[in-house]
Design a protein around this ligand. Structure first.
Ligand SMILES: Cc1cc2nc3c(=O)[nH]c(=O)nc-3n(C[C@H](O)[C@H](O)[C@H](O)COP(=O)(O)O)c2cc1C
Length: 295
């Protein structure tokens, strides 16, 4: 699989739903990933996988989190059975959430590269494409040791979010460290952190010598960022929201709570947007939201 210069939509738990992933693909995202799903939950109860909104018409990859290599292996078997066209699993080694870390998963795995290497060993022959998404570890030595061990274990790509887990989302992503990681590993690297649009990503790919880039939060309010478009102004924002609601209808997943969340993100930074967001919060049906936005 070629990823040179491709634009990835970052996995954003509870936000990048199937209709949102489709919206971003229609606006230039090249690769979409189903956000983190518990490998252990699927391993213990295969029916848990029924909740996953993977669609081979939209998505490229499902991301798993966990800490037990055998659970990743069992979960991958289940996912392959349920989604025969699934070709790509990503292993989450970056989630900073307290609950996930306390369970020994997400960014807690940055301290346990051998567990991730064992997971890769088990998954390698089960799935054609395998990747890891990491954050920076507490020190450069740990970061480098982790990146080297997991890439040597046999993954196809490495995504690096240039922040530590302790930073959460504060400060700036360290693209210099992303460049240094690219310099020591033998697989393509996808750089991630603070990118606003495609041209921003392309410039960072050049300066960091990465292979591709990933955009997360900027896409939440502006899914057009992948084609360097904007949702500045009410007319643009309403147009994109109308498209989103249309996709929700097409995919038969028009949930008002989800549509409200998206509208709240998109209706920003124009005159009257704060008042409008207050009204959006009160909408109880798609019809009410459409009337409010004049769709
Ligand atoms: C609401 C939210 C949910 C996220 N969920 C996930 C997730 O499920 N898996 C993951 O690897 N990263 C997750 N992330 C991290 C993003 O994928 C990305 O690495 C991070 O936001 C930095 O990129 P950005 O600066 O472009 O937003 C999440 C981030 C946010 C803000």
């Amino acid at each position: 699989m070629q990823i040179k210069n491709k634009a990835f939509l970052a996995p954003l738990s509870e936000y990048t739903t199937a209709p949102f992933r489709m919206l971003c693909k229609r606006h230039g995202a090249d690769i979409t990933i189903v956000p983190l799903v518990s490998a252990t939950a699927i391993a213990r109860r295969p029916a848990y996988a029924d909740r996953i909104d993977f669609s081979d018409k939209i998505d490229d990859c499902i991301q798993l989190f966990g800490k037990v290599p055998d659970d990743f292996s069992t979960a991958t078997d289940t996912l392959k059975e349920k989604f025969p066209k699934l070709k790509w699993i990503d292993i989450n080694c970056g989630c900073p959430s307290y609950i996930v870390q306390e369970a020994g998963a997400g960014s807690a795995l940055l301290d346990k590269p051998q567990v991730v290497a064992r997971t890769i060993e088990l998954l390698r022959n089960k799935i054609p494409v395998l990747s890891v998404k990491m954050r920076l570890a507490g020190t450069w030595e740990k970061t480098a040791a982790f990146a080297e061990e997991v890439t040597n274990a046999g993954i196809d790509f490495l995504t690096v979010h240039g922040r530590t887990s302790r930073q959460g989302y504060s400060g700036k992503a360290d693209w210099e460290k992303i460049r240094e990681i690219k310099g020591i590993v033998n697989v393509p690297v996808i750089g991630n952190g603070d990118l606003q649009c495609r041209s921003d990503g392309e410039a960072k790919v050049k300066s960091s010598h990465c292979d591709a880039f990933m955009i997360g939060r900027a896409a939440m309010g502006n899914p057009r960022c992948f084609e360097n478009g904007t949702t500045n102004g009410k007319d643009d924002a309403v147009e994109v929201m109308k498209e989103y609601m249309g996709i929700c209808g097409e995919l038969e997943c028009a949930h008002i709570s989800d549509m409200r969340v998206k509208a709240l993100q998109m209706m920003r930074n124009f005159s009257g947007s704060a008042k409008l967001r207050g009204e959006i919060g009160k909408c109880k049906s798609a019809g009410q939201l459409e009337t409010l936005l004049g769709i």
